[in-house]
Design a protein around this ligand. Structure first.
Ligand SMILES: [Zn+2]
Length: 91
């Protein structure tokens, strides 16, 4: 194998406002506000994700799961011997 690198590119395609902090990202305290635990300070939750495989194109929705904070978990994803995988996540 040539050690070709395979890339999975994650994109967040839809969001909703975090109901816990109402989009502020923190508890709204005027002095030293605490980041919201639910959205990790982002103020919004991920509701849709797209994952593109450099080898096979867009992954079907049933091949991954994701959390509201944007963690993506692949289901039964197989790499070939010697294949390296890089996951590119949005900031
Ligand atoms: Zn929040």
């Amino acid at each position: 194998m040539s050690g070709m690198k395979r890339t999975l590119t994650v994109r967040y395609t839809d969001f909703r406002q975090c109901p816990n902090c109402e989009g502020r990202g923190d508890d709204g305290a005027s002095w030293r506000p605490i980041p919201c635990r639910r959205c990790k300070g982002r103020g919004r939750l991920v509701t849709a994700v797209e994952v593109e495989d450099s080898k096979t194109g867009k992954l079907p929705q049933e091949s991954y799961e994701f959390t509201a904070t944007g963690e993506v978990y692949l289901i039964d994803f197989d790499l070939e011997d010697g294949e390296e995988l890089e996951v590119v996540k949005p900031e």
